[in-house]
Design a binder for this molecule. Sequence first.
Ligand code: PBG
Length: 327
Amino acid sequence: MTVHPYSRPRRLRKSEALRALVQENHLQATDFIVPLFFMEGENAKEEIPSMPGYYRYTIDLLIEEVASCFDLGLRSVLLFAKVPDELKDAKGSEALNPEGLMQRAIKALKKNCPEMCVMTDVALDPYSSDGHDGLVEDGEIVNDASVELLGEMALSHAQAGADIVAPSDMMDGRIGYIREVLEEQGFPNVGIMSYAVKYASCFYGPFRDALDSAPGFGDKKTYQMNPANAEEGLAECALDLQEGADILMVKPGMPYLDMVRLVKDKFKVPVAAYQVSGEFSMIHAAADKGWLNLEDAMLESAIGFKRAGADLIASYFAKDIARLLKS
Ligand code: PBG
């Protein structure tokens, strides 16, 4: 008996050559954004306990790390400063210091590797003694005063030389306000990658270890989105685009691939997916136990983002993947 004689999808899977010929999506190093953590000091790096093989660097070593990323074909980095505890206060004042750790790192990278696209995280949490992304008044994360501070913060990153600012705070109206400040202060070509669809997620845990930035009280549910919602994410995207965002981001990544696809289909702009710290750590943990093959898991998760419609992928695996693509 013949089963489905004419239609046999397996015909195109029969050899490596055929499979490659009909492959729909591909990874390249330039798709990736490398998140990088850095700290004060000299000639030191510290492994982040919950992120195996991932480090915080002092600026001198950060420069070397970025050069080695560039050599592997990577062209974009996203910067996160680990601010010393004694510099944190209720207003996150250190975020605006023109000679602060972030501002010095931006200048150093643009000087040493000018062709690397430098993106910066804009949110108050690593600078705030409350560990929240905005200003806290009477136990509440206030919106408009936070937005004004975030505007100043983005401006100070632009003045230091950032190519793209990436507000990750989820305050209302911040994209429009930041865009206005950048235009008025002479930075019309500094782009905005908006964390437009950012969920209140448990998968940020290891990142908060990396920066020692966990909220001092409560959680982030009054500003980050409810993981149960999809339509709301599209509404956030529409607002951010209207306000002047250049790139829309969905975060976390793997549990939210539906959002990547929805955003890509609806808005014809570049979409980024952020494979966050917890996603990196859980793949590592399973690999350490011998339950998953590390390289296969990182590549499969990455191609999943492309298939879902992501143009850009922020991932702690970026450098490993770039190395694999090169070999
Ligand atoms: C700061 C910020 C966070 C992440 C990126 N920017 C943490 C948070 O919102 O609590 C998470 C990144 C990751 O987990 O890899 N607002």
